[in-house]
Ligand binder design. Structure first.
Ligand code: FDM
Ligand code: MG
Length: 178
């Protein structure tokens, strides 16, 4: 089975470098502007993702447009409601399965490096978690992440492999967001 791992933001491209500097608090950008930048960072990969998917490669994607909506909407900026936040990602390839790794902000804060980047405060993480739960529909699987990595891996790989099997059996068209 061919599979590739992608991660968003992809911090290697020009947009990704700007996002990286923003997350590391080296530059300031408007909330609206950085939201668009995160989306552009995904659109840069859209054609490549589509080609890989249509060729039968499974994509494992660490964060995607749903993070874009949840993090930006959690800022509670006037005008940046969920509908506004979704708009720039409309038309990107949609995932066949989505796993939300759930962890309390308290448990997350004990993990290595927490607090270094923008967004890594317990209050903001709570607001983001609420957004994720309100965006969730019944195609999402919520996975308890405050467990040893092997247990999280076992649960996700079982669910993911079942989904891959369903897609490989055919009849699952490539859909677009949203
Ligand atoms: N993030 C990630 C956003 O705010 N918008 C997005 O579209 C995406 C993909 O960036 F705080 C946030 C989520 C997180 C940070 O950190 C990226 P990681 O640890 O590299 O996922
Ligand atoms: Mg991080």
């Amino acid at each position: 089975m061919a599979a590739e791992l992608l991660r968003f933001p992809d911090r290697t491209s020009a947009t990704g470098k700007e996002i990286d500097a923003y997350l590391r608090k080296e530059v300031e950008l408007s909330d609206e502007g950085v939201h668009q930048l995160f989306s552009r960072n995904r659109w840069e990969k859209a054609a490549e993702m589509r080609e890989l998917l249509l060729g039968g490669t499974t994509l494992v994607v660490d964060r995607y447009a749903h993070s874009g909506v949840a993090f930006s909407a959690a800022k509670d900026v006037p005008g940046m409601d969920v509908e506004w936040c979704r708009a720039p990602d409309a038309g990107l390839p949609a995932p066949d399965a989505l796993f939300l790794l759930q962890i309390s902000p308290e448990a997350a804060a004990t993990r290595g490096g927490f607090g270094e980047e923008r967004y890594e405060t317990s209050d903001f993480q709570k607001a983001v978690a609420e957004q994720f739960l309100s965006l969730r529909d019944d195609t999402w699987r919520v996975v308890e992440a405050a467990r040893p990595i092997e247990a999280v891996h076992a649960e996700i790989s079982e669910l993911a492999l079942a989904e891959v099997g369903r897609c490989q059996a055919g009849g699952v068209p490539l859909r677009d967001l949203w």
